[in-house]
Write a protein that binds this ligand. Sequence first.
Ligand SMILES: [Fe+2]
Length: 393
Amino acid sequence: MLTQSQNFYTPSCEFKITDAKCSPEGLLVYFDGVGDAQFYSWFWVRDHGIDADSLDQITLQRLTDTFSIPKDIVCNSIEFDAAQQVIDMLWPDGSKSTISAYMLASVIGLCPGRHELVPGKNRILWDKDYPLDELPSVQFDTVMADDDGLREWLKNIHIYGFSLVDGVPSTEQDTAALANRIGRVQQTIFGDMWPLSSELKDHGDTAYTTDYLEPHTDATYYHDAPGLQMFNCLEFDGKGGESIQVDAFAIAARIKRENPDAYRALTEISVPGHYIEPGVHLRAERPPFVHDSQGHLIQVSFNNYDRAPLLLSDEESNRFHYAYGLFHQHAIDQDNWLKIPLTPGKTLIFDNWRNMHGRMGYVGKRKFFGCYHSRAEFESKLRELQAAAQEPR
Ligand SMILES: [Fe+2]
């Protein structure tokens, strides 16, 4: 039995177990409303106990010695507790373990796992065929006031790939305070919080000019490219300079639909990126499209400015440059863009693993102040806020 009623793996689950049976190979579980029995091998069941002997009840770290479980282990007997929605197992060595309905249902996708960022709500992809009706936006005071406001902001970023914040005071301190609501900012060669202006000559990057910047993702040369990028407009006395946002996940979906061979090339061929200045030589490589183990696209990387030399065979080169060029065509198609004028009071934050950003050329004087957050920090904060909003741990 569970020693802790509020275990991480025992929140209420809408899929109730109606029955559980032993088979020679594993556990058969019948969920209410789901026709067929679901099968879990005995080895898997023994490895995924949630009782105090199997799992540290505070840290949730595994106590089970996975490597000493016999590969052909078979459970002696089970006891199903319909009220608690848990199944207790008795093993041949006399040990016991427990597994919950929630664990069993969530690993096969019957209910959202605790790791999901915005359960029950898919990302909304946007492009020229599916334009957004309005720009996702929250008020600075709302984000700073409480966790509900912060959650609204982070959900926007997850769902749309970006969000505006209005009413942000034009100071470095307030920008940093806003950034710190998410968590620790990500240190890079640009520092933690960084100013951005054509008047600064700290780095030789194209961002520190007034030129048009083609849509791209940042830090293709970092193994852990920042998950979020945010900048607040502190000052603007000039013309032009609209921020460009492009939903690269929407472009990827279009290429996958219209040209699967090109999509495959962009998932298979690694593209190196580099950043070089006195005392610094950063380099990393990955395919433009990176997927998780479930085949979901999780990261787009595209920055032709920072691409390092890449020599491919003739065949691979043709394959790559056709696909890379196709992606670029969609990226520079202005019908796929959102052009967002940033003036003092407005902050833009976006998912650097999903949205490309760019900038129209401008004249005049402009000062931005911004930062990066790691993808891990962003996800952690959003999961915490979602869990706290739904139920106590
Ligand atoms: Fe950039």
